[in-house]
Design a protein around this ligand. Sequence first.
Ligand code: SF4
Ligand code: SF4
Length: 366
Amino acid sequence: MSDVYFAPVGAFKDKGLIQKIPLLFRKAGSSEIIEDGDLVAVKVHFGELGSSSFIPGFYVREIVEAVKVGGGKPFLTDTGTLYLGKRRNAYDHLNTARSNGFTQASTGAPVIIGDGLRGSDVKQVEISGDYFDHVDIAGAIAQADSLVVVTHITGHDLTGFAGTFKNLGMGAVGRKVKLAIHEAVKPVVKKDDCTACAVCVKNCPADAIAIDPKDRIAVIDLDKCIGCGECVGVCPERAVVVKWSGEGEKANMKLIEAASAVVRQKKGRITYFSFLLNVSPSCDCWNYSKAPMVPDIGVLASSDPVSIDQAAADMVKSAPGGINEAFRDPELRFKVPAGGSWEVQLKKAEEMGLGEREYRLINIDE
Ligand code: SF4
Ligand code: SF4
């Protein structure tokens, strides 16, 4: 059984949630992962441009300050996306982070996009999973001495529940891993947008793309395609898109295997915070935010990724309904749209030895 520390929303003895975060950091023993002079990756989600539900920078600033007190040199990080948006390459991602309030001036830490300019800065880590024998971890995260995983708990359109494992398994890995999680996802060329510039042809490592001489568009040979996602990132016209489909349970199993590579690579040098605020039905990758499923709950901290996700899910499911009437029924809160149960995430994580589902909740106000 692992300890999960809980800072409830609201004030207690003149301390609001912002002031409780340094206390939560100390109580959860998070500074123990940091050695003097460590480069500490603080894995956050900067939110898509237009989203308003991501964790605000003023909370992240408190974690940054706590890392500095522990002797670390923190930097904020996330990775590029598969889909067309404002975080697909480091240039757009940095601008989006700045627009959403994540700057060194406001948070006290520089922003470094974990997988580089176009998502190819990764480090391969061997694992022996059912779906992966290796996972590409974002280079900056792999190279950091220690890692603070700061997660916004939400629902998710593919996995149902988005917690710590989604933050790592999709958010701390390279584009190829993201594509693999998205099941039978294969890139598709939008005929009307393709100018036959052949940039994708030159960059495809599998020689899977050719320009159709008659129609003057790029054509992808899906038998050759290895799902690396390179064409999605390099197309100047944003003409290559990913089809979002797949079986939910399989996606969840892959997610855990991908996250396990990060958890193991940072063994003993990783700690977890989860924010149960603005718990929206979809993740912060969307360019708008739906009304939250439940009222704000608070912040959790733990050294166990399985326990913290289990506690977060239990708290959201047992909370009263929020203003979003579609989620009054707790059973609908983490429903997997593609079918299956999100709970396979934590069962598999426990089986893989990443943590325990049984936890002891410690309210720091008490
Ligand atoms: S890079 Fe984009 S626009 Fe150029 S050929 Fe490929 S799909 Fe078409
Ligand atoms: S995903 Fe990779 S392998 Fe597949 S077509 Fe695009 S660049 Fe080529």
